[in-house]
Design a protein around this ligand. Sequence first.
Ligand code: PAF
Length: 288
Amino acid sequence: MLVIDSPCALREAIKQFKQQGKAISFIPTMGNLHSGHIELVKRGQQIAPVSVVSIFVNPMQFNNADDLKNYPKTLTADCQALEAVGVDIVFTPSSEVIYPNGLAAQTYIEVPELSNCLEGELRPGHFRGMSTIVNKLFNLVQPDYACFGEKDFQQLAIVKQMVADMALPIEIIPVATVREESGLAMSSRNNKLSEPEKQLAPLLAKVMNQLAKDVQKATTQHSLLIHDASRTLNASGFAVDDIHIVDSATLKPVTETTKQAVILMAAFLGTTRLIDNKVVTLNEHLHH
Ligand code: PAF
């Protein structure tokens, strides 16, 4: 496995693989890898013979300096895990290499409509930073395929739109959320949970699954269902931040023509914000 931190060396290594006619899969990460990331890597390896992973804690997508400073860095363990699954290249650039002129001077990519709603409303600039780095990494790695987890539903929707809008020759592969046996979605943030919080955390997915069943039954208004779900979670020790049921394609409110809705959940356990989501196919004529 090659561990490369310079764009020049990366381009050289990629060129070699391209000259051999080999397709490349790419998984961008911010490190602190867990089984969910490894699942993305394995998916990429099923599709293409060469797999590239980047580890870069992207300052442009953090709107909180403390969050950025405290983001866990576990490069040695991450590289060991990637080597064990047979990754070909790990790209680990520094911030100075990626943003030589600083963040304020950096050209950016923004997918306007999908970025400014939902999570984007709560985290201004986050998705602009995310799409900018993903675009830049795509240009450096030049992959044929890139795998993204469905766990970050809005991120995945934005990346797909960016690729379509900018005519990038890359196929985006969505990968289903990996869950613990309890149903809890895997996340780097789970490490921050205390023992009692860990016990409680799976309730988020349970309440979401119940919400999905109720949405499918379509006998009660979504706003009431959301209210009930929030009450259940809050009564158990969560502090619900946001629950939305929106059209899975537009991320806008569900309308008569919506075929699939997505339930987006965000709730705090202590200081840790957990997110999860579930897509629900709606019965025609039974919308709210
Ligand atoms: O999902 C992430 O870890 C990040 O948003 C990504 C895609 C690596 C971009 O920095």
